[in-house]
Design a protein around this ligand. Structure first.
Ligand code: PEP
Ligand code: MN
Length: 263
């Protein structure tokens, strides 16, 4: 493993060490109340990092595009009140300074993995970056995208396998557990998995999460919603919030089996 470097997010939270971290929350930040209810549940389950999109990369321009700056404000405010860390996506180069101000980890989405000016911009910051795999990108292209960030000085990079497009249509994407195991052997960066976008089906998220941890993932990014049927985005792959304790317990079983702890 060449120059392997865990990424420290806060004094007590390091991704890529012995502990496997769950980053959980809604696909999109929808309201203050929704976010607060999720934060309360995360804290009760011992989770440290809340996810939530404010600027959303939607395939259709007619779908909900996120609350934008208001979403960032809600996320930060709720997180601070509950002592949580935050991950959210920067969709555009011009949003990077603003997003960086509100978040603890900047997410680069799958559709933007090869948006080089965006990679250069986050590469200029001293802020952890979660780089999602392009859904039609090879491992080599993904690592070169990471290199674009690192070449500007920022080496606080976490890779996220979020499923790739294959001939299979029964699931939204195909979780590439090979890539997780491979990158853990040959990349300098921690690797996490997003079983929500990788499967697109709520019923598959837990088994895919367990598989990712067994393959060596350092963390998970998972969509939870208080009422998935009413979600403004990705309801079909969001787990009901009341399943969180069971989810944590089940994933922890696999983490323990591979010699790691899970929070
Ligand atoms: C997300 O995590 O909210 C998201 C849009 O994922 P992806 O970029 O992997 O599609
Ligand atoms: Mn989503």
């Amino acid at each position: 493993m060449n120059d392997y470097q865990p990424v420290t997010i806060a004094p007590d939270v390091t991704i890529g060490g012995e502990t496997v971290y769950l980053m959980a929350g809604p696909c999109s930040v929808e309201s203050y109340e929704q976010t607060a209810v999720i934060a309360t549940t995360l804290v009760k389950a011992g989770i440290k990092i809340m996810r939530g999109g404010a600027f959303k990369p939607r395939t259709s321009p007619h779908s909900f595009q996120g609350l934008g700056v208001e979403g960032l404000e809600i996320l930060r405010d709720v997180a601070d009140q509950h002592g949580l860390l935050v991950i959210t996506e920067a969709l555009a180069v011009e949003h990077v300074p603003l997003v960086a101000e509100y978040t603890d980890i900047i997410q680069i989405g799958s559709r933007n993995m090869q948006h080089y000016p965006l990679l250069w911009r986050v590469g200029e910051l001293d802020k952890p970056v979660l780089l999602k795999r392009g859904f039609m990108s090879t491992v080599a292209e993904w690592l070169q995208a990471a290199e674009h960030i690192a070449s500007r000085g920022n080496r606080r990079i976490i890779l996220c396998e979020r499923g790739i497009r294959t001939f299979e249509t029964a699931t939204r994407n195909t979780l590439d557990t090979n890539a997780i195991a491979l990158l853990k052997q040959m990349s300098p960066y921690p690797v996490i998995a997003d079983p929500s976008h990788a499967t697109g089906r709520a019923g598959l998220v837990l088994p895919a999460a367990r598989a990712a941890i067994a393959a060596g993932a350092d963390g998970l990014l998972v969509e939870f919603h208080p009422d998935p049927t009413a979600a403004l985005s990705d309801g079909e792959q969001s787990l009901p919030l009341d399943m969180l304790p069971l989810f944590v317990e089940s994933v922890r079983g696999v983490a323990t089996a591979v010699g790691r702890s899970f929070v």
